[in-house]
Design a protein around this ligand. Structure first.
Ligand code: APR
Length: 238
């Protein structure tokens, strides 16, 4: 880390674990979202075609909760890195806590909970005012509005852009993701072999096939804060 020059590009790949200490559930832990809900009932195109109101209600509830929580130290300290480095956050999260925590360059691989999208024209994307999207609302072409998120079985439009971003990284920070969903998880292998990869996660992670990896077994608010303070200290010491 000492040889990271000011202006180096740090790429952060984050998952639900970075928002857990803000009060948002992860997906695959005990009491995770996919324990409480059947993915095939709420997060697939088939679910939407079968019963769009159930899907709309699922995302309305998550949006309502998002409006009641706040960014935690992990979001804030990742944003603090921008004081010295060029930082791009590639997140699997659909929450806006990285932005609210101060990050200015965030790529949402799986969409954004606080936006809706026309079912007639996917280029028509709208900010959601408040927490609720109703089945009565219409886009300017008269189409029903759906959540602007990537469902299982759908393409991940930002994946190529994200891969190119990871390839340009001088350091890759992976925070709070089980690395169990592709293509997002495959991004780790896009980093050059000489680029350090630091994982911050209290859980077990499969890092086989990865070189230059360091796993900080800490929750995000502690692990990210300590690492960022150390990185900024190094820069001060010169
Ligand atoms: N700090 C950091 N990491 C944590 C914390 C914490 N306080 N608590 C839990 N974790 C870790 C877990 O150990 C796990 O590795 O966060 C990770 C959460 O993993 P998942 O629940 O699988 O979430 P994620 O990796 O973001 O899922 C990826 O799957 O269902 C899809 O679209 C959904 O974007 C999501 C994708």
């Amino acid at each position: 880390m000492r040889n990271l020059r000011p202006g180096c590009r740090i790429v952060v790949l984050s998952g639900a674990g970075v928002s857990k200490e803000s009060g948002l559930a992860t997906f695959r832990e005990n009491n995770g979202l996919w324990e409480e809900h059947d993915v095939y009932e709420v997060a697939t195109p088939e679910a939407w075609n079968r019963d769009p109101e159930v899907v709309q209600r699922f995302y309305n509830a998550r949006r309502k909760q998002l409006l009641e929580v706040f960014p935690n130290d992990a979001h804030k300290y990742l944003a603090k890195l921008e004081e010295v480095f060029e930082v791009v956050v590639v997140t699997q999260n659909v929450d806006d806590l990285h932005e609210r925590g101060g990050s200015s360059n965030v790529v949402h691989l799986h969409g954004e909970l606080r936006k809706s999208r026309s079912t007639l024209d996917e280029s028509l994307v709208y900010d959601v005012d408040g927490w609720e999207v109703t089945m009565e609302e219409r886009c300017e072409k008269g189409g029903v509005l759906r959540p602007h998120v990537v469902w299982f079985g759908e393409m991940v439009p930002m994946i190529e852009a994200a891969a190119s971003i990871v390839r340009s990284a001088d350091l890759l920070l992976v925070v709070g993701t089980s690395l169990s969903v592709y293509p997002a998880a495959g991004l780790l292998h896009e980093a050059s072999s000489d680029v350090p990869v630091i994982l911050i996660d209290p859980g077990e992670l499969n890092t086989s096939g990865l070189r230059n990896v360091h796993h900080i077994r800490e929750k995000a608010t502690v692990g990210v804060k300590n690492l960022v303070l150390k990185m900024l200290e190094y820069q001060k010491d010169g």
